[in-house]
Design a binder for this molecule. Structure first.
Ligand SMILES: C[S@@+](CC[C@H](N)C(=O)[O-])C[C@H]1O[C@@H](n2cnc3c(N)ncnc32)[C@H](O)[C@@H]1O
Length: 315
């Protein structure tokens, strides 16, 4: 029997699922020729690229991190306690299905309230039964909330309303097992992105997917954690990219929203990454509340190498 391919456990703002096939044209050649054996993704989120790369190429170990403590806690639980997590998810799936449609909003609010209350007392240092409940709650909320996203208010509380989905897949057993297998060879940390430095070897492929620089003044996609990610942070990240490029042989790739979608004169990324190639891939995202303005928009990809598209490779 073939094992199911792992995909992201949670839907996440800025998820790269739609871009995977385009991104693969920009991966380093060394990934395909098996010269790279380590992968790092310091802005993990849902980890669409992580799951894809880990299952497509010969990667022996990985390092992933995020500043969202509950997201990281969930990955730890998937890694170390998949069976216990599945029990809890099974319970949530059953409770949801057995609750009448009219009462499901109350159920959702109850779980959301408990999830928010416990953030003040959760110990993120040591694995405990509380973690398993918390990870199951995060997955439950992600699968049943409106649009399946994780958004925090300024006080750090999860505030997405109920999504009214008739049949959400809260329990996805195959995927939890498949993800757990991949996470066995992965070090997972609650950390700022720059902590990845010590985990990067010369044979590492690092993918940076920071919170987007907001495309327009009204769009704000960077509210994953209460802190946010400012323009100054994008500049600091570019310095960090350059530092790794200078001090290590690692292959680096970074993506972000393309400001030229809105303003062709905006050279923000050309300026901060002036010594690296910048490519554009086309993403179709509902970025604008005005339906006429929705449609294909570009994202930028910055690398510290010249990529060779997969179908141009001659071995
Ligand atoms: C664009 S999302 C990543 C999306 C992900 N690649 C996917 O496919 O779902 C950015 C992530 O970076 C995290 N983040 C924000 N600031 C950070 C920081 N300073 N260091 C590390 N992670 C950070 C956020 O919590 C969020 O999960």
């Amino acid at each position: 029997m073939t094992q199911a391919k792992a995909k992201p456990i949670v839907k996440w703002a800025g998820g790269k699922g739609q871009l995977l096939s385009q991104f693969s044209n920009y991966y380093p050649t060394e990934l395909r020729t098996n010269k790279i054996n380590k992968y790092a993704e310091p802005f993990m989120g849902g980890g669409a690229v992580f799951f894809e790369v880990m299952q497509t190429y010969r990667i022996q170990s990985a390092y992933i991190s995020d500043v969202n403590k509950d997201l990281v806690l969930t990955y730890w639980v998937v890694q170390q306690k998949p069976q216990d997590l599945l029990h809890k998810l099974y319970e949530y799936q059953k409770i949801y299905e057995n609750t009448s449609v009219e009462k499901r909003n109350d159920l959702f609010l109850l779980v959301r309230e408990e999830f928010n209350q416990k953030r003040f007392t959760t110990q993120y240092q040591t694995l405990s039964d509380d973690w398993i409940i918390r990870a199951a709650q995060l997955i439950f909320l992600n699968k049943t909330c409106f649009n399946g996203l994780f958004r925090l208010n300024s006080k750090g509380g999860f505030n997405v309303p109920f999504g009214k989905y008739p049949k959400p897949t809260i329990l996805d057993e195959q995927n939890i097992w498949a993800a757990s297998r991949i996470l066995q060879r992965t070090e997972i940390q609650i950390a700022n992105y720059d902590a990845c430095f010590d985990h990067i070897t010369d044979n590492t492929f690092v993918y940076f997917d920071p919170p987007y620089r907001p495309i327009s003044k009204t769009a704000s996609f960077n509210t994953y954690a209460s802190g946010g990610f400012s323009e100054q942070d994008q500049i600091k990240l570019a310095h960090f990219f350059r530092k790794i490029n200078t001090e290590k042989q690692a292959k680096l790739m970074l993506s972000n929203s393309d400001p030229k979608n809105e303003n062709p004169e905006d050279n923000f990324f050309e300026n901060i990454f002036n010594d690296f190639p910048i490519y554009r891939v086309s993403a179709s995202r509902a970025i604008n509340s005005n339906a006429e303005k929705r449609g294909a928009i570009n994202e930028i990809v910055v690398t510290n190498y010249q990529p060779t598209p997969a179908n141009n490779l001659l071995f």
